[in-house]
Design a protein around this ligand. Structure first.
Ligand code: PMP
Length: 366
């Protein structure tokens, strides 16, 4: 144990939400009565085209998957105007973030990331024995100018999430471009766009479109959210071919399985599913923010498929009250936000379950 990489014993493991069945047992509730708004998942259920693609793949289960993900890379290349050699596939985008840490960080170096940023950045950084260089947030979001100033001679990577999870905050194109002029060219900038599909803001800097301008940029995307494949674990990175080459060298040979490859390709083609999910999310955000406004609660303005609600008091008891009514939310005290609960946007009925419990809460008496 004493020989573990120094950062490993210090890191706080990622805390996933409990599975619905386990919670139902604990709470004595019927799993069908439980509404899970805790993991920023797609509430639509799987796309029919995805299910058909998985079924067609089943007879090949005894075979190893295509370790190079040829077909999915082809599909991503044509959809996003990239070359296949710019793409790295991962077992979820978490895997890609981890590949970046393994290829670019080591003891004695550091990674810059923002306070309240996605939890995997410090985990992947510490796992390889590198140092955390955390920069205080501004209005719950990334303070890009402070992040540029925090870069020092040991910095090898900057992790940015746009929009960020769990806060939902977004930075704009001009701010990002200014930031990139301030970053030394040998520091890798990782732009995590796990929620990009939900953003309709015209100032949003689409990282893939900006790749041609910055050779030190890596953009990560996922099939877990808007494409509805969280369980199958498919994420990817787009970058200059030289960076993709390094990431692919440290990648496990078969890190994305054949069902996931087939499903992701089908999901990419199912434009109607993507659009329906975005529409549902836009409507759900209005539905939930109207209820929060009516209750007099504030929240962090969000561009994602979730919203961090400020209850202005420790939320442990409030979270428990929601749980007992079968509504699972995400406490984010582990991010340093003990007064906030994160609510993922669900279907209209699921959102209404959240709103009903919210309206029953006696927040002053709690
Ligand atoms: N980045 C951000 C900002 C996220 O919120 C998540 C999912 N919680 C991920 C990356 C990783 O998602 P996945 O591994 O499912 O692609």
């Amino acid at each position: 144990v004493q020989n573990a990489v120094p950062g490993v014993a210090k890191l706080h493991p990622y805390q996933p939400g409990k599975p619905v069945d386990e919670l139902a047992r604990e709470l004595g509730l019927n799993p069908d009565d439980i509404v899970k708004l805790a993991s920023n998942e797609n509430p639509l259920g799987p796309s029919k085209r995805v299910l058909a693609a998985i079924e067609a793949e089943l007879p090949e289960l005894t075979r190893y998957p295509d370790g190079n993900g040829f077909e999915l890379k082809q599909a991503l290349s044509s959809r996003f105007d990239l070359k296949p050699n710019q793409i790295t596939l991962g077992n979820g985008s978490n895997d890609v973030l981890d590949l970046i840490a393994r290829a670019f960080l080591q003891p004695g170096t550091n990674a810059v990331f923002s306070q309240y940023a996605f939890a995997v950045y410090p985990i992947s950084t510490q796992a390889v024995g590198a140092d955390l260089n955390m920069v205080p947030a501004k209005d719950y979001g990334h303070d890009l100018s402070a992040m540029a100033k925090a870069i020092n001679s040991q910095t090898r990577v900057v992790f940015l999430a746009n929009p960020n999870n769990p806060t939902g905050t977004m930075f704009g194109r001009d701010e990002f471009r200014t930031f990139m002029t301030e970053v030394p060219g040998d520091v890798l900038v990782v732009l995590d766009e796990a929620y990009s599909e939900y953003v309709s803001d015209e100032n949003y800097p689409d990282g893939i479109e900006l790749l041609t301008d910055y050779s030190n940029l890596v953009v990560t995307r996922t099939f877990s959210k808007a494409y509805g494949l969280a369980s199958l674990r498919v994420g990817w990175a787009a970058s200059a071919p030289e960076i993709a080459d390094l990431l692919n060298r440290v990648r496990q040979p078969f890190n994305v399985d054949s069902l996931a490859l087939a499903a992701a390709k089908a999901a990419l083609a199912d434009v109607d599913y993507l659009e329906a999910g975005k529409k549902l999310n836009d409507q759900g955000l209005i539905q939930i923010t109207e209820a929060l406004d009516a209750k007099g609660l504030s929240y962090i303005p969000t561009k994602g498929n979730f919203i961090a609600v400020d209850f202005a008091q420790d939320t442990a008891a409030i979270n428990q009250a929601f749980l007992e009514k079968g509504v699972i939310l995400r406490p984010i005290a582990n991010y340093g936000l003990p007064n906030h609960l994160r609510v993922s946007i669900g279907t209209q009925e699921e959102n209404q379950r959240f709103i009903t419990v919210l309206n029953e809460l006696d927040l002053n008496g709690e």
